[in-house]
Design a protein around this ligand. Sequence first.
Ligand SMILES: Nc1ncnc2c1ncn2[C@@H]1O[C@H](COP(=O)(O)OP(=O)(O)OP(=O)(O)O)[C@@H](O)[C@H]1O
Ligand SMILES: [Mg+2]
Length: 95
Amino acid sequence: MRPSDVAKLGAIVLDEVEKAIVGKRPVLERVMLAILCDGHVLIEDYPGLAKTLLAKSFAAALGLEFRPPSRRHHGDVCVRSQSQRVRPPPRSRVH
Ligand SMILES: Nc1ncnc2c1ncn2[C@@H]1O[C@H](COP(=O)(O)OP(=O)(O)OP(=O)(O)O)[C@@H](O)[C@H]1O
Ligand SMILES: [Mg+2]
């Protein structure tokens, strides 16, 4: 896929997520970049500012599975930061 195609598709996903998440386009762009890099994102912000909704919205827009973080596995960092993760499906399920 050409970079310009990735940019077009990325913008479509961002527009979709932005229907749910208001006023955070720069943050959404960074999360989109991390997803394209197959990376991880730690979302930190004050309570109730749509961290979970952001992760759920990306998962919905991309057809991915949303899993809330496991406090048992992530310990204090997770409890303090309310981190959210969007996991791609196993490789065998990617079409
Ligand atoms: N920027 C925003 N755009 C759209 N909705 C928002 C925004 N900020 C807050 N909300 C509203 O706040 C609600 C709570 O969001 P959410 O549960 O995702 O917050 P959170 O940051 O995960 O909270 P917590 O820190 O308690 O885990 C959302 O369902 C939404 O209605
Ligand atoms: Mg939350």
